[in-house]
Ligand binder design. Sequence first.
Ligand SMILES: CC(C)(COP(=O)(O)OP(=O)(O)OC[C@H]1O[C@@H](n2cnc3c(N)ncnc32)[C@H](O)[C@@H]1OP(=O)(O)O)[C@@H](O)C(=O)NCCC(=O)NCCS
Length: 174
Amino acid sequence: MTDERPQVELNVHGGDARLPAKCASESQVMLSQQMMPSDANPLGNVHGGYVMKLVDEAGALAAMRHARRPVVTVAMDSITFLSPVRVGHVIMLHSAVNWVGKSSIEVGVRVEAENPITGEITHTNSAYAVFVALDDAGKPCTVPPLILETDQDRRRWDEAEARQQLRLTRAKKK
Ligand SMILES: CC(C)(COP(=O)(O)OP(=O)(O)OC[C@H]1O[C@@H](n2cnc3c(N)ncnc32)[C@H](O)[C@@H]1OP(=O)(O)O)[C@@H](O)C(=O)NCCC(=O)NCCS
């Protein structure tokens, strides 16, 4: 028997069905910032903690745009820095919603650094963080479903769902 529901409905996942579903492209964030000496160690390498702060900000903004609610970070996966970011370079963060639960939202953040003189761009790190949307009383509230438009969106959803299950299993064990 074939599924006769409209295609768009088949692509809607998670969240609260009473809220209008959104695509990841509607909430994605691009954030660029030139690194200053105050962001770095004496050798001119930007502090990892500063990059993590920007990851948190870019991730939270995508989650807020999806939920149109304030959010808090409930989990951030481990981060490995693949190459240093130098003072004077431009750090570029691209964040997008991968997955939504009831009140939780997983966002993926890709961080790149550009040498503005040579134009060389290097991949600094990628990170995944989970945010929870809050109501006016500061309690978790439901978020809109996510529309998966492309094969990449569907792959990201599946991978994010597996990561979230792992996080919750680990949290329970603790
Ligand atoms: C996030 C917070 C509001 C959740 O409150 P709570 O009473 O535990 O709420 P719940 O148990 O209903 O969990 C809410 C959601 O978070 C998810 N969640 C909880 N712990 C999680 C974890 N370790 N990893 C990933 N997701 C988690 C739950 O699965 C749930 O998702 P769902 O609604 O989509 O099913 C609360 O833990 C909090 O305020 N934490 C501090 C947040 C903060 O200050 N962050 C900044 C860091 S200093």
